[in-house]
Design a protein around this ligand. Structure first.
Ligand code: PLP
Length: 417
């Protein structure tokens, strides 16, 4: 459920007309609903109350500080994958004791920064990383709290480019090799071995892969505990999907929570979750203006947002539903919606039936709150677009559009050219 609805045929975010935001900030732009973010955080938290969860929002899904602050107010922590994300989480007021640090390639300087901040857990993904972290912690006179991220070799049944839990993926430690790596971790003096973590992929639309992965994690934790390793935290990752235009409806959070309770309800441990998309996907839309309608082999609706602003269609074949900001009486037509970027992959939708837009009309891509702005870039020297937050009848720009002067000022030409 979200708070993007029509009132008198005009699309609103909560109580604000999208057209009013467009008039104030120009297009294209992202807009997020504060009420939707808050509601999703609450629904997910409620669904896991049987295990008293620590919910660490996956910052890479949406790293805007105002979004993080909104979620922090609901008690969420952060799952970060870089020093930049950790700095954002701290800037949003998320306490370090609610931060976990994931990722296959943490640098030593990132480790140092996170140790000095005092984060809750490093999710370590290789024996070599254990050794590096042990050295960095030792040099600071600290002990690094760690979990090993295991790879359970489970097919998440999602798009290949967002699947992370198969043996052939780069992520985690082969679960069959985990006991050996835990023994190494235990032997290193500057590590505190506290947990296990798993994350098998993103946009999962079935519970069965979670069940298979969690069963393997459960067996591993039992055998580690039997061998004297005190596993106190179990990080079950993120990955629960949201409904996009074409995907099957994913299971509701309550069913996911019931699965967790069934599989781990009798386990004494702190349970950590790392949802990203589920929290913010439906809480955002991308608003764009129609530049031209071009008649060629197809009818092309050319909009002012490009693949650099919303990469998911080009990167993952994602299909974002598109809706008019004002419902009119235009006849329906079969069109391709494309951006202005000079790449053949800059296509948002192909052969879709929609009311034929006119130049100047506003359209909105739905479910754009996750992996939208955070994946955007400046390809074709296009400016990063603004992000706006709506709360009730108010809206505020939470990241302004950068200027061309900002863009040019970043670069330095050596005098010897
Ligand atoms: C990307 C990622 C997440 C979040 O995934 P969602 O599908 O957005 O819930 C959680 N944990 C890790 C380690 C990730 O890489």
């Amino acid at each position: 459920m979200d708070h993007f609805t029509y009132k008198n045929d005009a699309l609103h975010a909560e109580d604000v007309a999208i057209a009013d935001i467009a008039a104030a900030v120009g297009t294209p732009f992202y807009v997020y609903s504060h009420a939707t973010l808050t509601r999703h955080a609450q629904v997910f938290t409620e669904s896991l109350k049987s295990v008293k969860p620590l919910i660490c929002f996956a910052v890479k899904a949406n790293s805007n500080i105002a979004v993080l602050k909104t979620l922090a107010a609901q008690g969420l922590g952060a799952d970060v994958v870089s020093e930049g994300e950790l700095r954002r989480a701290l800037a949003a007021g998320i306490v370090p004791s609610k931060v976990v640090f994931s990722g296959v390639g943490k640098t030593r300087s990132e480790m140092k920064f996170a140790l000095e901040a005092g984060i809750h857990q490093f999710n370590v993904e290789s024996d070599r990383e254990l050794i590096a972290l042990n050295e960095v912690a030792g040099s600071l006179g600290k002990k690094a709290p760690i979990a090993l991220r295991v790879n359970p070799d489970v097919d998440a049944k999602t798009h290949a480019k967002i699947s992370t839990g198969k043996k052939e993926n780069k992520f985690g430690i082969d679960i069959d090799d985990a006991p050996r790596i835990y023994a190494i971790a235990q032997s290193l003096p500057h590590l505190d071995v506290q947990g296990v973590s798993v994350h098998i992929g993103s946009q999962l639309t079935e519970l069965a892969p979670f069940r298979a992965a969690y069963a393997r994690v459960r067996t591993l934790v039992e055998s580690l505990r039997a061998s004297g390793i005190n596993i106190r935290t179990i990080d079950l990752g993120g990955g629960l999907g949201v409904p996009y235009a074409t995907d099957d409806a994913p299971p509701p959070p309550a069913e996911y929570g019931a699965l967790v309770a069934e599989m781990f309800g009798d386990f004494g441990a702190e349970f950590i979750f790392e949802p990203g998309r589920l929290i913010c996907g439906n809480a955002g839309i991308l608003v764009t203006e129609v530049l031209y309608v071009k008649q060629a082999s197809h009818t092309y609706v050319i909009v002012d947002a490009g693949m650099n602003d919303l990469m998911r269609p080009a990167l993952y074949d994602a299909v974002h539903g598109i809706v008019p900001v004002r419902i009119g009486k235009a006849p329906s037509a079969v069109v391709n919606v494309v951006g202005p970027v000079c790449e053949s992959t800059d296509v948002f939708l192909k052969n879709i039936d929609m009311p034929l837009p006119h130049e100047g009309d506003l359209l909105a891509f739905r479910t754009a709150g996750a992996y939208g702005a955070s994946l955007s870039n400046t390809y074709n020297s296009r400016l990063l677009i603004p992000e706006v937050m709506v709360k009730g009848a108010e809206f505020s720009v939470i990241r302004p559009r950068l200027s061309y002067a900002d863009m040019l000022a970043l670069e330095v030409t050596p005098e010897w050219i």
